[in-house]
Design a protein. Structure first.
Lengths: 226, 428
């Protein structure tokens, strides 16, 4: 059976207006299937990050149509999009963006506590599970600001996974890590995709990382080249 | 602080406060000093609110009590009437239209007719607490060659005592002595000094129509209101009637005290309709004291308003600082699915926590300040210590104002925080 599409983009076009009008994405269309591990590459300024933020639903200032998990998200209200992200998407950024005053465990729990699908104990249990999966379970009760960069990125991935998202999006997830930790993060993504059927879309300029993923979408001047 | 530790250890028994409150709390506890300063602003505002309101209310009550110790809640009397066609109709009949081209005041001795039945009528009224008939006259007091002007009040002294608690102001003798001595008189301390009169001495009263009476001093009172102590005297009703050369039913005023003196105005209006005589409420007779009260209230309210405004700015300030510092965390929360209203809620909770903490401490401080200031000795006139009140409603109002101020001060930063664009912040 052909897997269902996780993401469908149709004629996505976006302009920047500041300082002058500039087309950053032009007529982009592609489909990503569930379970795929896709890298978006390109030189800086090619529009790859802009594309990711459109796909993330956080940037709504674009033309065209975006469908995630079979649902058209284009035109939804901000609060609906927030709920959608909470439920279906997970994010890993170049910087971990953990809340430094919370424990790692709580950081992982926060999106799930917002979703309110499970009660507190269940959420805590699942958070431990995710941290365990990423090998940082013993750091659960430390403050997020008191662990190393590589560990922080793993906690951030655990946070992205907590609500069992349909898609995990990464913006240079290894950009700030040394090669050992970068390889580590790649292995985690690889495992998530292969063994858990997780869809992963990452923007990267790490060619090694891109080459090892299932598919590469390369961008040049706001267009996709195949 | 115990709560933070609980949240951090994430014990399973932690109260489920909701994630918004938890985040609000953590944001604040990471900025403890500024939070404390903002809460202190509220504390200061609250304690001043309580202190000022307690003092102003105490002052108002004090002056009200002082006023009501000399005048009744309601006074019934007969004013001079202007001639009206109705009066003419009664005399000429209504067979034709009677007009008065140049009306004048009717001649009257301002008496209340059949005062006994009026008193009965008033006594039956549900609000009435005490009623007292009286007749007063302007007289000249004399002892030997020394003379002084004043007003003599013919009263049933026991009834008046019930109204004004004259007993508590007696320096010598008692109100009972007047009741038992038909030709007795109670004089003020000022009059006693000016005319060199002691208990048992005789005093000569001369009225404007020339008749005079010699009465025996049976008591001396001191109200501490100088004008009263210098001129007012109490005698039995027949003495004044005789001085004025009037009959035994000549009564000019009926004093009425009611249960709730704040309702004097409407009750006076009803008594006016009930009896047909003029009824004057004490507030009307003492408008200057009402004006003074209004001014005190305005001063107190404007001070409190300024203090609350400053406290509000304190909260506004720290929350703006929190936004500035936590903007990345707000962005990431939004990326992870926190909607605008959740961010608003996080910031309103912060304002609420600061407001609540500040208010609760402020309530205690307000009470302590009130207590401390009420011990300051003033000693001017008959004010010994500052009149302070301790009303639960002031503490309740303070809490409400504190929380409302906090919420308003938190609202603008909250809206600002909810508008943070995660794309701009995360992309840098």
């Amino acid at each position: 059976m052909e897997p269902a599409p996780a993401l469908q983009a149709d004629h996505i076009t976006k302009y920047f207006y500041d300082p002058v009008k500039f087309q950053v994405l032009s007529d982009i269309g592609f489909t990503i299937l569930k379970g795929e591990f896709v890298s978006i590459t390109g030189k800086s300024g090619s529009g790859k990050s802009s594309l990711l933020y459109v796909l993330s639903t956080m940037d709504t200032d674009y033309e065209g149509m975006l469908m995630l998990d079979g649902e058209v998200v284009t035109g939804k209200k901000q609060d609906q999009l927030a709920m959608f992200r909470n439920n279906k998407l997970g994010f890993v950024f170049q910087f971990h963006y953990l809340l430094p005053d919370f424990t790692n465990l709580k950081n992982v729990m926060i999106p799930a506590l917002r979703l309110k699908k499970y009660d507190y104990r269940e959420v805590e249990h699942r958070a431990y599970e995710k941290l365990g999966m990423l090998g940082v379970q013993e750091l659960a009760l430390k403050l997020a600001s008191r662990i190393s960069g590589g560990e922080q990125q793993r906690v951030a991935i655990a946070r992205a996974l907590i609500n069992d998202p349909v898609i995990i999006m990464g913006d240079e997830p290894t950009g700030n890590l040394d090669s050992k930790n970068a390889a580590n993060v790649f292995d985690i993504f690889r495992t998530l995709s292969r063994e858990f059927g997780q869809t992963i879309i990452t923007v990267t300029h790490d060619n090694d990382f891109a080459r090892k993923s299932d598919r590469i979408l390369e961008m040049v001047d706001g267009k996709l080249i195949y | 602080m115990a709560l933070t530790r609980q949240i951090k250890s994430s014990s399973p028994d932690m109260p489920r406060l909701g994630i918004n409150i938890e985040i609000a709390f953590t944001f604040l506890s990471s900025r403890r000093r500024q939070t404390a300063v903002a809460a202190m602003g509220v504390t200061f505002g609250m304690s001043m609110f309580i202190f000022i309101n307690s003092l102003i209310t105490g002052t108002n009550e004090y002056f009200e009590k002082a006023t009501l110790s000399t005048i009744p809640h309601i006074r019934l009397y007969q004013d001079n009437l202007m001639c009206t066609p109705d009066m003419l109709n009664r005399y000429l009949g209504t067979g034709r239209i009677n007009l008065i081209s140049n009306p004048e005041l009717t001649i009257s001795d301002n008496r209340i007719y059949n005062p006994g039945s009026i008193v009965q009528l008033v006594r039956q009224y549900k609000q009435t607490e005490a009623v007292s008939m009286q007749v007063s006259a302007n007289v000249i007091y004399a002892n030997g060659n020394v003379q002084q002007n004043g007003n003599v009040f013919g009263v049933n002294i026991l009834e008046q005592d019930k109204m004004f608690d004259i007993s508590s102001t007696m320096l010598a003798g008692s109100v009972n002595d007047l009741n038992q001595t038909l030709d007795g008189i109670l004089i003020g301390s000022g009059l006693s000094r000016n005319l060199n009169l002691k208990n048992g001495d005789r005093i000569l009263l001369t009225s404007s129509n020339g008749s005079s009476k010699s009465l025996k001093v049976v008591g001396i009172f001191q109200t501490t209101i100088k004008s009263i102590d210098n001129s007012k005297t109490y005698v039995n009703v027949p003495q004044v009637q005789q001085l004025l050369k009037k009959d035994r039913s000549y009564i000019t005023d009926i004093y009425v005290n009611i249960r709730d003196h704040n309702k004097s105005a409407p009750v006076a209006h009803e008594l006016e309709k009930l009896t047909g005589y003029n009824a004057e409420a004490w507030q009307v007779a003492n408008q200057q004291s009402l004006a003074a009260r209004r001014i005190r209230d305005i001063i107190a309210n404007s001070m409190v308003l300024v203090i609350l405004l400053v406290a509000g700015f304190g909260i506004y300030n720290i929350l703006n600082m929190v936004i500035y510092e936590k903007i990345k965390e707000i962005a990431i929360l939004k990326a992870n699915g926190f909607a605008g209203r959740h961010v608003v809620s996080i910031f309103l909770w912060q304002a609420f926590i600061i407001g609540l903490a500040g208010s609760i401490i402020g309530e205690v401080f307000g009470w302590i300040i009130s207590l401390a200031v009420s011990k300051i000795y003033i000693g001017v006139g008959n004010v010994t210590y500052l009149p302070m009140t301790y009303y639960f409603r002031h503490y309740l109002q303070a809490l409400a104002f504190g929380l409302i101020t906090s919420a308003l001060a938190g609202y603008i930063p909250a809206i600002k925080a909810s508008k943070v664009d995660p794309v701009k912040i995360i992309r840098g």
